[in-house]
Design a protein around this ligand. Structure first.
Ligand code: SME
Length: 166
């Protein structure tokens, strides 16, 4: 499994949506975790009102099933509608600890137009491990999930954010 194969699968679903939204999210976290060996916990949170609610994940169960938008690194990324990369979670006062082994984290929101639908959250046991390639991969996945979500909800395509379209 490679990230490219996941992107290809998601492109197929955007062109011809055959799989249920839940199944697409499940496959997304499974494939990301399999493709990226430094991803020690990989999950998707979805926005429900003022909260982020945990959907499918790969890794140990977390107590953070529901996070208020604005709280934690997850909530900060959702509030800003922009990715956050934290090289050393111990040095970030926003960090909500899930696992003692976690050293770094990346959060990439799933954004359609001005709407934040959710986010992809990845923890690593290695410090400063998330680089530009990880960010690009997760942004490419998130952009496709945003399109698919709108298709699943039968909404018109959102205007692309600047730099979008990957
Ligand atoms: N560390 C996150 C909480 C979620 S866990 O990483 C799964 C945060 O600070 O928001």
């Amino acid at each position: 499994m490679t990230a490219a194969a996941l992107l290809s699968y998601l492109d197929t679903q955007v062109a011809t949506p055959t799989d249920a939204w839940d199944a697409v999210l499940r496959r997304t976290v499974d494939d990301l975790a399999a493709a990226c060996t430094h991803f020690d916990w990989t999950g998707i949170y979805l926005v429900e009102g003022d909260d982020l609610v945990l959907g499918p994940f790969v890794g140990r169960p977390t107590e953070h099933q529901r996070i208020r938008i604005g709280e934690g690194i997850c909530g900060a990324a959702a509030a800003a509608g922009a990715p956050i990369v934290v090289d050393d979670v111990a040095a970030d006062p926003r960090y909500l600890a899930c696992f003692a082994s976690t050293k770094s984290e990346i959060v990439v929101p799933i954004v359609a137009g001005a709407e934040v639908l959710g986010e992809i959250d990845v923890d690593s046991d290695r410090p400063a491990t998330f680089g530009p390639e990880d960010l690009a991969t997760l942004e490419a996945v998130a952009a496709r999930l945003a399109r698919l979500s709108r298709l699943a909800r039968r909404l018109p395509a959102a205007a692309e954010a600047p730099g979008g379209g990957r």
